[in-house]
Design a protein around this ligand. Structure first.
Ligand SMILES: *[C@@H]1O[C@H](CO)[C@@H](O)[C@H](O)[C@H]1NC(C)=O
Ligand SMILES: *[C@@H]1O[C@H](CO)[C@@H](O)[C@H](O)[C@H]1NC(C)=O
Ligand SMILES: *[C@@H]1O[C@H](CO)[C@@H](O)[C@H](O)[C@H]1NC(C)=O
Ligand SMILES: *[C@@H]1O[C@H](CO)[C@@H](O)[C@H](O)[C@H]1NC(C)=O
Ligand SMILES: *[C@@H]1O[C@H](CO)[C@@H](O)[C@H](O)[C@H]1NC(C)=O
Length: 689
């Protein structure tokens, strides 16, 4: 009897607490940012899978942005948005392993690693073999640049936690995205299409973080669009439209700080971007500007390739415009946000073997997902990066990597073909196990809950309608409209289209690697996660993905040594400045340089633009290789002697103060014994009018 009374008092006090507690919307929040820029030379870029698209400089640096949020009961989550094409399984495993130093505060379950999907970062950091083909093997220095940097961003967020609140807003952003496979979208059922006005999602979601003094400390926005404003001819490392949107947003709060240095952190995360392009002028034939054949995205002979572009005159301008449009919408939503998040934090995570998920069909029977395989249209690429096949020219059998796997491409695969029907299989990656798995089989699935808000981490590029179906199924469970789908997150498994889009076998369908029922498999998995999350039922961790770090075959492309012309020094300025420049013009200078891979200059820079402050008689850094307005371009002039030069450009912003300036270049050179030494050089002084 007494027990019952005590129990009911307890229950009542718990309810009262929830009802009366005004601190329900107070969280402990920390934000952090860190440099994750990989090798700025001779490294194939991750995204377009284009042989020869190797890094040769930096437009602006890549960052990991971390947000740690803890409720008053000590339940904690960590959300990361990184300027990467995708997060690899191996990156997640490594980051979580390093975070063990926090003794259980951060685990696979409550750390969510998401990518902006920039196609202009260095590759070679993924553990499955498919992604090492164009890079000629695994690139350890990039893998560690990324893993170290993500951990550093989380360390910084962790060390800065303080009481804060989260506000939320959403709104539509038009004019920043189009559907790049409209013929696949059209194949969705009419009654489903009728529920939506447009064939891409225009909703941007914004979280605004404010400390208890009312000072803004950070922002996360989510908006579905490919980070492919920079096309497959680019060789300068770039965060593309989302990376630059972050810089513009942060600049508004971190006054007089270089990008990546101030306390305020703004992430532009991605969503169901699978069929969504930022190249909003749409596809045209590259030679004569004619319309492409839309179902196949091809041009008639002599018309060139079918390529989408715009809205700018070139890819740099397009990047800036799409960045500014995302920034402006995010800023507006940020300023107008009044809804406050309140309630407890929870997270749920489970690994799943995606190759054999049972999926109930409408007729009562069951279908299954398949062992992974890529279809023929995968090799066709997209209108954002057409005609790129990993089996095209440039990958010879003398390549160490392809040599090893060559003998395993002779297969016969009737069962797989049937499972993937109607996909004509180009690469049966699920059967390709040498030297190790070619694509992922075990995938992470994860959901965060903050009060009545849910962040759903999908390990793939979901098409517009796939994201909508997943969201609808989860809304029916949560009765909350506040469901944010973010990806690609935690691992990479190419694309997810609807069953109907899959039938059309555009690039996205051909890249839906677990077959026509992939989306249904994900939906049933996330429904299970959501149900358990809401009822607080623990879930078993699921099968562990392999950690293939020790088995990676490394790229043989390493820096041998650097040399310089006779009678010169590393850092000598060869093309010097003029005396005077107007704002809006461009300073272009060149230096005798060395391979940027000798030292990645992480959290540092290959260049500085410096202003002479008369009143303090000091040189002040006003820009570095982290800025959008600078370009660091590296060229190997003599491949035999490894002589190289750095071209540095500064597009002088109109806001620049007049006065005396100089440009400096920094690097490391390597001698034939493999020892590296720092060097630097500088231009003459020049005057900005
Ligand atoms: C989209 O941009 C065009 C011109 O670039 C403009 O005319 C139109 O009003 C814009 N639409 C929206 C919805 O912003
Ligand atoms: C990439 O963009 C540049 C302009 O910046 C353009 O000249 C080139 O044709 C584009 N190439 C492709 C393949 O899209
Ligand atoms: C898939 O799983 C079922 C059991 O759920 C099993 O009977 C079947 O053999 C599996 N198929 C494959 C290809 O592994
Ligand atoms: C492929 O395998 C079959 C049978 O295992 C063999 O007869 C054939 O010669 C092989 N083809 C190639 C190109 O290696
Ligand atoms: C120059 O230095 C002084 C003293 O450190 C400082 O107050 C001023 O803001 C600086 N000027 C510029 C343009 O940065």
């Amino acid at each position: 009897m007494i027990k019952i009374i005590l129990f009911s008092i307890l229950i009542r006090s718990v309810c009262l607490e929830q009802f009366l507690d005004s601190s329900n919307d107070e969280y402990n929040i920390g934000v952090g940012i860190a440099d994750i820029t990989g090798p700025a030379a001779q490294t194939n870029m991750m995204g377009y899978a284009k042989v020869g698209q190797d890094t040769a400089g930096i437009h602006f640096r890549l960052f990991s942005r971390a947000f740690v949020i803890e409720d008053k009961h000590g339940n904690r989550i960590c959300f990361v948005s990184a300027d990467l094409c995708m997060i690899d399984t191996l990156t997640t495993l490594e980051v979580v392993k390093r975070l063990k130093k926090y003794e259980g505060l951060y685990t696979e379950k409550n750390v969510m690693l998401t990518s902006t999907h920039t196609h202009s970062g260095s590759g070679g950091y993924l553990q499955y073999a498919l992604y090492s083909v164009t890079t000629g093997g695994f690139i350890r220095e990039n893998f560690y640049a990324i893993a170290d940097g993500i951990v550093r961003s989380i360390d910084r967020a962790h060390s800065r936690m303080a009481k804060a609140r989260i506000y939320f807003n959403r709104g539509n952003l038009f004019n920043a995205s189009i559907n790049r496979s409209p013929t696949a979208y059209e194949n969705n059922p009419n009654e489903e299409k009728a529920k939506y006005e447009l064939n891409t999602d225009k909703t941007m979601y914004v979280f605004k973080f404010i400390d208890l003094n009312g000072e803004p400390i950070g922002m996360i926005s989510w908006f579905a669009v490919h980070c492919t404003s920079m096309n497959n001819t680019n060789t300068q490392i770039s965060g593309d439209n989302k990376g630059y949107a972050s810089q513009i947003f942060e600049r508004g709060f971190n006054v007089d700080q270089l990008p990546g240095k101030g306390p305020f952190v703004a992430a532009f995360a991605n969503a169901n971007l699978g069929d969504v392009s930022p190249n909003i002028n749409g596809p045209h034939c590259s030679i004569n500007g004619a319309s492409c054949d839309n179902p196949t995205s091809t041009c008639s002979i002599g018309s060139g390739e079918c390529i989408a572009s715009g809205p700018g005159a070139d890819m740099f301008e397009s990047t800036r415009i799409i960045a500014e449009r995302q920034y402006e919408k995010a800023k507006e939503l940020f300023e107008l946000s009044i809804d406050r998040l309140a309630g407890g934090i929870a997270s749920i995570h489970q690994y799943i073997d995606m190759t054999n998920v049972s999926v109930p069909l409408p007729d009562g029977s069951n279908a299954r997902t398949c062992k992974p395989a890529l279809g023929m249209s995968f090799a066709a690429g997209t209108t954002d990066g057409p005609g790129v096949s990993i089996f095209k020219q440039g990958i010879s059998l003398s390549n160490v990597f392809t040599d090893q796997i060559h003998r395993f491409t002779n297969f016969s695969i009737p069962d797989l073909s049937e499972c993937h029907y109607p996909k004509p299989i180009l690469l049966p990656t699920g059967l390709m196990k040498v030297p190790y798995d070619w694509t992922a089989e075990i995938l992470p699935t994860q959901i965060f809950k903050i009060g009545n808000f849910f962040i759903v981490a999908v390990p793939a590029e979901f098409s517009t309608m796939s994201g909508r179906r997943l969201r609808e199924s989860l809304v029916s469970i949560t009765k909350s409209e506040n469901i944010i789908i973010t990806g690609p997150s935690n691992a990479y498994s190419h694309y997810v289209t609807t069953f109907e889009e899959y039938q059309v076998q555009r690039y996205e369908g051909a890249s839906t690697i677990y077959g026509p029922h992939t989306l249904s498999g994900h939906i049933s998995q996330f429904e299970k996660l959501m149900t358990n999350l809401l009822s607080g039922i623990e879930i078993e961790p699921g099968p562990s993905p392999p950690n293939l770090l020790s088995r990676q075959i490394e790229s043989k492309n390493i820096v041998a040594f650097d040399s310089k012309p006779l009678n010169s020094k590393f850092g000598d300025c060869k093309q010097n400045v003029d005396n005077f420049y107007a704002v809006g013009s461009t300073v272009t200078v060149t230096f005798i340089s060395a391979n940027p891979r000798n030292n990645l200059m992480i959290e540092k820079s290959f260049l500085t633009v410096e202003y002479f402050n008369e009143s303090s008689s000091t040189w002040q850094i006003v820009a570095s290789d982290v800025n959008y307005e600078t370009n660091f371009i590296w060229e190997e002039k003599n491949k035999l002697l490894h002589q190289s030069k750095a071209i540095i450009k500064w597009n002088i912003p109109t806001s620049t103060s007049s006065g005396t300036y100089k440009i400096r270049h920094f690097g490391y050179h390597k001698n034939i014994l493999g020892q590296t030494q720092p060097f630097s050089g500088e231009t003459n002084e020049f005057y900005v009018l």
